[in-house]
Design a protein around this ligand. Structure first.
Ligand code: ZN
Length: 309
């Protein structure tokens, strides 16, 4: 049965609180356009709000709400490009898995800390905050971001530099009208977007309009979970168009998107030119390679010669 956005709001009230119109998002500089100092200062604010914990140096100088004074001291001269972040972030835990068949680990086996570029840390906060506020997301399954070992960071590509995230699964709780008040859910790009078992099947469900591959999911999915999936993946994409490398891999060179776009617009630049990769990306090879995850990056995939200061 078709269901419009308003009806969906009745099922999932928390979903519609904002769609990047929230304070802190509307006019904030996207993580992709931040200088290192600006990103550090944003992290300090998240730390003061008690929603994020990070370290300036390996194992030292923890920045948390109990040590606010040190937060204030980070501005200069202690601005650093790489920071160690503790997980969870804004109520969202993360876990790594290797193969699609891997079950989510128990809560206690989540990632604990990662070394990342400070701009990716800003993205992780904003992404986690949106997902937790709007969809009750509590855990993200990923195929990689940052590293728990500082010595493993390499200025080789965006992932190894701590500037990229491969996001694949989400878990959370949504309100319902039953006595317990909420329902848990788990969705993944493989099962709920591609609906495939492997990359060879990834394009079977594709939707092509006037020769362009468009977002195959719609708000009229047959189950509540399908409708959540359609909405949540779209909102991740919309956030990424503001925060991540999108039409350009250079700071301040991305096209500014003024309003959230319709699902059919998801693939607007999907002709091998965009940097946000997903199952409905325009060219076949990239779409297949990302049949089970979003690739979200800050700046270039290659080594970044001059990160903005
Ligand atoms: Zn990736």
């Amino acid at each position: 049965m078709p269901i419009d956005r308003h009806q969906l709001a009745l099922i999932i009230p928390a979903m519609l609180l904002c769609s990047l119109g929230c304070p802190g998002h509307a006019n904030a500089t996207g993580a992709r356009d931040m200088g290192i100092r600006e990103a550090c200062e944003a992290l300090v604010e998240y730390g003061k709000a008690g929603e994020m914990t990070f370290y300036q140096k390996a194992g030292k100088d923890i920045i948390d709400p109990d040590r606010i004074k040190e937060c204030a001291d980070i501005t200069v001269p202690n601005v650093m490009q790489i920071t160690k972040i503790a997980l969870p972030i804004a109520g969202v835990d993360f876990y790594y898995y290797k193969n699609e068949s891997d079950s989510p680990p128990p809560d206690s086996a989540n990632d604990k800390a990662k070394y990342v570029d400070v701009r990716l840390a800003v993205l992780l906060y904003r992404l986690s905050k949106m997902l937790n506020d709007q969809y009750g997301v509590t855990r993200i399954g990923h195929n990689g971001f940052g590293t728990p070992d500082f010595s493993k960071l390499r200025d080789y590509d965006a992932h190894l530099s701590g500037r990229a995230l491969d996001l694949a699964r989400l878990e959370g709780r949504i309100p319902n009208d039953k006595p317990d008040g909420s329902t848990s859910y788990r969705i993944s790009l493989a099962r709920h977007w591609s609906k495939a078992d492997n990359k060879e099947q990834a394009l079977v469900g594709e939707k092509v309009v006037e020769g362009r591959r468009v977002y195959r999911l719609s708000d009229s999915g047959s189950s509540v979970i399908d409708r959540i999936a359609a909405s949540i993946f779209k909102d991740i994409y919309i956030l990424a168009t503001k925060e991540c490398s999108d039409s350009s891999d250079q700071p301040k060179q991305n096209r500014i998107i003024q309003a959230p776009r319709l699902p059919g617009d998801l693939n607007e630049r999907g002709k091998g030119r965009g940097y946000i990769l997903h199952p409905d990306y325009g060219d076949d090879d990239h779409a297949k390679d990302h049949w089970n995850h979003f690739h979200l990056q800050i700046a270039t995939l290659k080594p970044e010669k001059l990160p903005p200061s």
